[in-house]
Every structure is written in structure tokens, then in C-alpha cells.
Ligand binder design. Structure first.
Ligand SMILES: *[C@@H]1O[C@H](CO)[C@@H](O)[C@H](O)[C@H]1NC(C)=O
Ligand SMILES: *[C@@H]1O[C@H](CO)[C@@H](O)[C@H](O)[C@H]1NC(C)=O
Ligand SMILES: *[C@@H]1O[C@H](CO)[C@@H](O)[C@H](O)[C@H]1NC(C)=O
Ligand SMILES: *[C@@H]1O[C@H](CO)[C@@H](O)[C@H](O)[C@H]1NC(C)=O
Ligand SMILES: *[C@@H]1O[C@H](CO)[C@@H](O)[C@H](O)[C@H]1NC(C)=O
Ligand SMILES: *[C@@H]1O[C@H](CO)[C@@H](O)[C@H](O)[C@H]1NC(C)=O
Ligand SMILES: [Cu+2]
Length: 225
């Protein structure tokens, strides 16, 4: 019996890891774990229904992480159909702006909520009804993964009451027994980076100024997996 349980535990581990991460709010264009390493998670067409999102002020972005530790950053485009990463750091008229949320580390699996403010980017010309696309980049040690959500920016918008912004994480025994604990990296959450996105796996490690502790933690995970 014990042996069977041990084997079942081993078999379950790769399934957990292969689920990568999901974008739960605002709503994703679509999720296919095999395509998640691609631009917008492999979904290249904007959703027919865009999620209303606050034009200004604090707004929640919810993800669910299936890796014991990861680096997460968020980009936004104001094009109606952004087709490459360049559209996520400048407007069609050429105004450049930064990341919607800088790369930072998270540890634990489960729901994470990040508060973002589109007005904080200082992009001119945005008004009630402007469209945008959010792109979340996530690296849990098996390369950069992406999810997109198509938005319509609404003045004075309040998100639905069933969208609860909280971190409901759980440390699994699998993560601690695998030695993948990210202790030491949590303090670096929110480490600033001005890196720009690209589709290459491992780009974060090469291209961002994220704390070296985080880079080391993800590097260790990569070796394990
Ligand atoms: C990115 O896409 C835009 C149109 O969406 C295009 O004008 C531009 O040339 C593209 N840039 C690259 C580097 O492919
Ligand atoms: C915008 O993104 C493109 C593609 O990743 C990159 O070549 C360019 O340097 C970036 N510009 C800025 C200002 O970050
Ligand atoms: C703001 O934009 C939303 C979404 O396009 C629209 O439903 C709403 O009527 C607009 N409000 C005003 C005051 O124009
Ligand atoms: C948002 O609220 C402000 C202050 O109450 C108001 O002046 C403005 O007209 C509102 N905007 C829309 C689009 O309803
Ligand atoms: C909130 O409720 C709507 C309508 O029932 C549902 O479609 C949506 O998935 C819910 N969102 C979350 C984050 O639970
Ligand atoms: C959830 O955790 C992340 C990473 O530590 C942090 O940036 C974020 O502010 C937290 N969210 C809440 C609602 O506490
Ligand atoms: Cu993964």
C-alpha cells in the first residue's frame, strides 16, 4: 500500500507541473498548456467580448500558479489587435511606457492577486471605451509562459463582487520535498525591472534586472525539471 501511494505521488507530480499557470481575472483569451510558451499563450486573435476594466485606479489581476515558485510580470498594449511584443511597450502613435506590473517573485501554489493601475503608466489619449490587451508573463522554471486578456477601459468601473483580490496560496509537500522552496526570494517580490518581453524561453533570466536571488531560485528549478 505504501509503495502504491508513493508511486501515485510521483505520477501526480508532472501533471501538477505541466499545468503551468492560468489567468483567472481579467478573463483569458484561452488556455492551452502546450501553447502557453507562445505569444498570448498561442491565442493570436482578440476575444469577441472584452472584459471591462478600470480606466484608472487600483484594479485586480488574478492568476493561479501551479509551480512552487515563479517570476511574474505584466505588459499592456493599447492596440486593438497587438501582434508582437513591440506593441506592448509603445502606443500606435509612438508613446513609450513601462510595464503594467514589474517582474517579481512569488512562492507557493494557488491564487495570486496583483493590483495594477493603468493610469499610472501616463499614457495619453486613453478614455472611456478605449481598448487594451493585458499580457501576463510567468516563469516557474520551465520557460516563459504567456496569457492575454482583451479589455475595454471603463471610467469609474468597479470589478464584479465575485472577483476577490487575495493571495490564497498553499505550500505543497511536493515543493518542499523537492527542495524547490523559494525561501529567500519572497522578500524580493516586486523587484523592479524595465525589461521588455520576447518569446524566447529564459528571456527573463537574460533580459531583466530581477533580483539575482530570484534568478537563482528559478535556475535551480530549471535544473530539477
Ligand atoms: C509589430 O506589429 C506592428 C503592427 O501590429 C507592426 O507595424 C510592426 O512592424 C511589428 N514589429 C515587428 C518587430 O515585427
Ligand atoms: C519594446 O519592445 C521591443 C521588442 O521587445 C524592443 O525591441 C524595444 O527595445 C522595446 N522598447 C523599449 C523602450 O523598451
Ligand atoms: C463607457 O464605456 C463603456 C464601455 O464601452 C460604455 O458601456 C459606457 O456607456 C460608457 N460610458 C459613458 C458615460 O460614455
Ligand atoms: C466618473 O465619475 C466622475 C465623478 O463622479 C464623473 O465626473 C464622471 O462623469 C464619471 N465618468 C463616467 C464615464 O461616468
Ligand atoms: C464571476 O461571476 C461571473 C458570472 O456568474 C462568472 O462568469 C465569472 O467566471 C466569475 N468570476 C470569477 C473570477 O469568479
Ligand atoms: C500577493 O503576492 C504578491 C507577491 O508577493 C504581491 O505582489 C501581491 O501584492 C499580493 N497580493 C495581495 C492581495 O496581497
Ligand atoms: Cu509549467
Amino acid at each position: 500500500m505504501k509503495l502504491i501511494h508513493a508511486l501515485a505521488g510521483l505520477a501526480a507530480l508532472p501533471l501538477l507541473a505541466s499545468a503551468h499557470f492560468t489567468l483567472d481575472y481579467p478573463y483569458s483569451r484561452g488556455f492551452d498548456e502546450d501553447l502557453e510558451p507562445q505569444f498570448c499563450g498561442g491565442f493570436s486573435t482578440p476575444s469577441s467580448g472584452r472584459t471591462p476594466f478600470p480606466l484608472s485606479g487600483s484594479a485586480p489581476v488574478l492568476i493561479d500558479s501551479h509551480h512552487p515558485s515563479a517570476i511574474v510580470g505584466m505588459f499592456i498594449s493599447f492596440d486593438s489587435n497587438p501582434s508582437n511584443f513591440s506593441a506592448f511597450n509603445q502606443t500606435a502613435s509612438g508613446q513609450q511606457y513601462g510595464l503594467l506590473d514589474p517582474f517579481g517573485g512569488i512562492s507557493g501554489t494557488g491564487e495570486f492577486c496583483f493590483r495594477v493601475d493603468i493610469a499610472s503608466l501616463g499614457v495619453s489619449g486613453l478614455t472611456n471605451g478605449s481598448v487594451a490587451t493585458l499580457q501576463v508573463e510567468f516563469n516557474g522554471g520551465d520557460g516563459s509562459l504567456f496569457q492575454c486578456s482583451d479589455l475595454v477601459l471603463v471610467d469609474n468601473y468597479s470589478v464584479p463582487s465575485n472577483v476577490t483580490c487575495q493571495n490564497a496560496t498553499s505550500s505543497t509537500s511536493a515543493s518542499s520535498s523537492a527542495g524547490a522552496s523559494a525561501s529567500g526570494s519572497t522578500g524580493a517580490a516586486g523587484a523592479k525591472s524595465t525589461g521588455s518581453p520576447s518569446s524566447g524561453a529564459g528571456r527573463i533570466l537574460a533580459g531583466s534586472a530581477a533580483a539575482t536571488g530570484l534568478v537563482a531560485a528559478v535556475g535551480a528549478l530549471t535544473l530539477m525539471i
